[in-house]
Design a protein around this ligand. Structure first.
Ligand code: HEC
Ligand code: HEC
Length: 320
């Protein structure tokens, strides 16, 4: 009997030695980003061109990159962005980095695919107000586009291939190699002691019940104000605060938003769907109070902030 037990212990020790780390990693609520985007480089180059091309918008005023500035972590740093003419967007501009890992696009998740999202933004009268006939006419006059499209697409330059090239480009915008991802992969020194404690709080207090998975968000819908009415405290609210309700007209969807990704969050302020929160520490306190019913202590906020800072990854080898 005894020797039997010893054999089991030895098996167990060997198992932990070889599989322990992977087994532990599998239990974490957050998983590292893949290191490669796996997209066709020619189509990525084409999509990159389109992303920066104002000719996709009415009056040739705006490109995707006007609001999603890649050098600024894929956002413009404004509470609301400037669209066409004097319009400002209804919502704060989220980053395009890692958006391929969101299960839904937009703050209220009304686009389920990147294709759908791109068609909506080009058509949106406040954003690009693009007209497909006009866009196709203009781009067809550019011989370099014609040859670039015909190299990658059988049918050449069409509405479908324009949308596809943009989707492929967006899929290439990933930011692997965040210090926290290196830590998850076993490098104990990749993040500071404070960040480790911040991560423990993030899990212990239940932030990770909502912000989890490879994008640390992007895969669930939740009310802003689970524990306490956020909008009553903040003051007047309008249609843009109603979240999914605007589309479903169901009471349970009032103030319900997509849980946003927290990757690169230290670089993507201002925060929340309305861009009303300037600083990350304030966003953390709001989450503690309204989502978890907790008043976080100063040192807890600081540690969680250090953890969130360790989620800043690299694009093409350069930290955002
Ligand atoms: C006028 C500013 C502006 C322009 C131009 C713009 N966007 Fe956006 N983008 C936004 C805003 C604001 C949102 C959030 C809107 C919402 O939630 O309803 C957004 C959301 C997105 C999302 C979803 C991200 C997420 O986490 O939900 C993607 C992807 C995206 N845009 C890509 C693009 C592409 C591609 C283009 C060009 C074809 C483009 N955007 C042009 C402002 C802009
Ligand atoms: C019940 C689900 C839930 C929990 C728990 C939760 N969050 Fe959130 N979080 C959300 C939702 C939903 C939003 C978007 C709200 C909005 O903008 O209207 C959000 C937004 C954020 C933002 C702003 C992101 C941005 O890009 O604007 C940060 C930062 C954040 N959460 C961190 C945390 C931290 C830290 C905790 C734990 C203290 C936490 N969250 C707990 C659901 C949750």
């Amino acid at each position: 009997m005894k020797s039997h037990n010893i054999v089991i212990y030895i098996y167990l020790a060997v198992f932990i030695k070889f599989f322990g780390f992977q087994a532990c990693q599998a239990m974490e609520p957050i998983t590292p980003l893949p290191s490669k985007h796996g997209q066709d480089p020619d189509i990525v180059a084409l999509g990159e061109r389109l992303f920066h091309d104002v000719r996709l918008s009415h009056g040739q005023q705006t490109s995707c990159a006007s609001c999603h500035i890649l050098e600024q972590a894929g956002v413009d740093g404004l509470a609301k962005s400037y669209g066409l003419d004097e319009y400002t967007t209804l919502f704060n501009t989220p980053t395009v980095f890692n958006s391929r890992y969101n299960l839904y696009q937009y703050w209220d998740g009304r686009a389920e695919t990147l294709e759908g999202q791109i068609r909506m933004v080009i058509a949106n009268p406040k954003e690009m107000d693009g007209d497909w006939n006009e866009i196709l006419n203009i781009l067809h006059r550019d011989p370099s586009y014609i040859s670039q499209f015909s190299q990658s697409y059988e049918k050449g330059l069409t509405q479908e291939s324009i949308v596809d090239a943009l989707v492929v480009y967006i899929r290439s915008l990933i930011t692997p190699d965040a210090p926290f991802d290196r830590y998850l992969k076993g490098d104990q020194n990749a993040i500071t002691e404070d960040a480790k404690q911040g991560y423990a709080l993030f899990k212990g207090y239940g932030c990770s019940a909502c912000h989890q998975g490879v994008n640390i968000g992007g895969n669930l819908f939740q009310q802003l104000g689970v524990m306490e009415n956020y909008f009553e405290k903040r003051g007047k609210w309008d249609q843009s605060d109603l979240g999914r309700y605007v589309h479903s007209q169901k009471d349970k969807d009032r103030f319900v938003f997509k849980v946003p990704s927290l990757r690169n969050v230290a670089r993507t302020g201002p925060y929340l769907h309305d861009g009303s929160v300037e600083k990350l520490d304030k966003a953390i306190r709001i989450m503690g109070r309204y989502q978890l019913g907790r008043s976080l202590k100063d040192d807890e906020v600081l540690k969680i902030e250090r953890f969130l800072e360790s989620l800043t990854g690299s694009y093409q080898g350069v930290p955002l």
